[in-house]
Design a protein around this ligand. Sequence first.
Ligand SMILES: Cc1cc2nc3c(=O)[nH]c(=O)nc-3n(C[C@H](O)[C@H](O)[C@H](O)COP(=O)(O)OP(=O)(O)OC[C@H]3O[C@@H](n4cnc5c(N)ncnc54)[C@H](O)[C@@H]3O)c2cc1C
Length: 380
Amino acid sequence: MNFELNQDQLAIRNHVSSLLKEVCPPEYAAKCDELQKPPREAFEALAKNGWLGIIGPEEYGGSGGGATELAILLNEVGYHFEELGMWIFRNLAYGCFAVLKHGTKQQIESIVPGVIRGDISFCFGLTEPDSGSDASALKTRAVLNGDHYIINGRKVYTSGMDISDYCLLVTRTSSLEKKQQGITNFLVNTKLDGIEVRKLQTLGQRSIGTTEVLYSDVKVPADMVLGTVDDGWKGADSYLCYERLCLSAARTGAAQSAFDFALDYAKTRHQFGRPIGKFQAISHKFSDMKVMLDISETMIFRYAWLMENNRATRQDAAILKLYTSESYKAISDMCLQVLGGYGYCMEYPMQRFFRDSRLATIGAGTSEIQKNIIAGSLGL
Ligand SMILES: Cc1cc2nc3c(=O)[nH]c(=O)nc-3n(C[C@H](O)[C@H](O)[C@H](O)COP(=O)(O)OP(=O)(O)OC[C@H]3O[C@@H](n4cnc5c(N)ncnc54)[C@H](O)[C@@H]3O)c2cc1C
């Protein structure tokens, strides 16, 4: 296992970093959050420079990178603006990874090049009002009617639905013995008749945010089934494992950003005649945070390596998600404390890290659920 990045991988970090310093400075991220405005200019700049093709095959305009290159990209984007990282992650995880893995040739050719160019955006509709952690208990129903399906149901927390062209929608097509059976995934055009989207107001992740979506007699062509009818849970599970790498990379980037800001503050803010970073109570917080950041980064690249070598398990994904999420939450809390009253003011960026990080231990499987998966893998 080699954690050392090669020259090409280091170049990804450097190029993305200098691009985002220009198109996504801290004031821009703060404004997008405040105005609840998607970071479209920064997204388009990343697309124009080819970064949305990082995992796409060359024949579709991509650069054919693997999980490590993806992790580097998302880590760097997350450092500059987590919500931008979320947008990129959804496109790459669902619009690229999922479609390439489970799509037909026609689906791949009509969608993947558009995702790589930044013309097509994706979101993911799994969670419902009555099925969150118990995700496979979903009820949104798709019924075959000639050459199309009729979809009815309600999804909650479909993040980015209002700025997406397609939703990778998880539905029930049959009631079989086990709830994980009879599930089918669709590539649903978000502008179809019968789709109603309502924005939800949330504590953090306010630039793009999340939505509630009502599907009333939505007619979806049968050739927009992604993967196998009634056997979609395996597909959904594989996207979730991929999602955990993306989220961990982006959020560890955001945690590093909060850390750097607070470190600078601790070196320049004086109380009792010395920089506050000279007080052990403050400096030890930085030691604890540095350990968490180093472990998170090592775990991300270890998991990326496992993915590239087809050795990543659900347990590995759960360990990664649990540790990096809890670390980000703890780091943003400690950094806010380091800034004292300024940490609590909306004019400073720390409150955004604090609000955004709170989702890390809830979204894409709560920390409790990750612990259940880990315990289950130990035979408990
Ligand atoms: C801002 C935001 C964005 C999101 N984006 C998306 C998205 O794009 N697409 C999507 O499909 N979903 C999305 N989600 C949904 C998210 O994945 C769920 O919120 C999450 O899986 C938890 O489900 P729940 O909220 O229904 O909580 P519940 O499942 O009701 O859980 C409530 C509490 O009970 C605990 N709990 C539940 N079951 C167990 C158990 N067996 N053992 C121990 N504890 C348990 C949980 O850990 C939690 O603390 C998003 C959520 C938010 C808030």
